[in-house]
Design a protein around this ligand. Structure first.
Ligand code: SAM
Length: 164
């Protein structure tokens, strides 16, 4: 069985150092149709099922203006993942891949990201399509899709630097 917390043949776990406290705040909770990792999509799709992103207070005001963006980057904490593998065999076929060469949920800091289509907002709740996480997954952050976003703050010198 794959994608639970077992180690497959060829995979390598390390003695992971104790986490430093990055001071993360869970700013909400993601509600999806999936309660089983083995059924959850491997990657979300923009025509996938409607999901709810519930934002907690005091962060609801931080949603102001978000309706202007048709797509959002959603960052979430894949809380049920193990965090100690450096080599993984996603297909259980003996082929080994470094964790940072994968988008596996198993990573030292199990941050998931997706681009989701924003369907609507109901006060503290965003309705979106494009997620691929378990129901109840903690929400880390929301941002406009970078391809839709132009910085509002004035340009800085580094914006014009090239390698030439
Ligand atoms: N789209 C994200 C990314 O690329 O960063 C996540 C991709 S990850 C391959 C998606 C898989 O993670 C799902 O198919 C499911 O098996 C697993 N998963 C989803 N929610 C999880 C959670 N809260 N904790 C642990 N694993 C989870």
């Amino acid at each position: 069985m794959v994608r639970l917390n077992e180690i497959r043949t060829g995979e390598k776990a390390v003695d992971a150092p104790a986490p430093q406290d990055a001071g993360l705040r869970f700013i909400g909770r993601i509600r999806t149709p999936w309660s089983d990792r083995l059924v959850c999509p491997r990657q979300g799709r923009l025509d996938g099922p409607l999901c709810r992103i519930e934002v907690f207070e005091p962060w609801v005001a931080a949603l102001d203006g978000i309706e202007a963006y048709a797509r959002l980057e959603v960052l979430y904490w894949l809380h049920a993942s193990r965090r100690d593998l450096v080599h993984q065999c996603p297909a259980s076929d003996g082929r080994v891949h470094g964790t940072f060469a994968l988008r596996s949920p198993v990573r030292p800091n199990p941050i998931g990201t997706t681009v989701a289509a924003l369907v609507g907002r109901e006060d503290a709740v965003l309705l979106v399509r494009g997620l691929d996480c378990l129901d109840g997954t903690p929400l880390l952050d929301l941002k406009p899709d970078r391809s839709l976003f132009t910085p509002i703050a004035p340009a800085q010198p580094g914006d014009f630097e090239t390698d030439a």
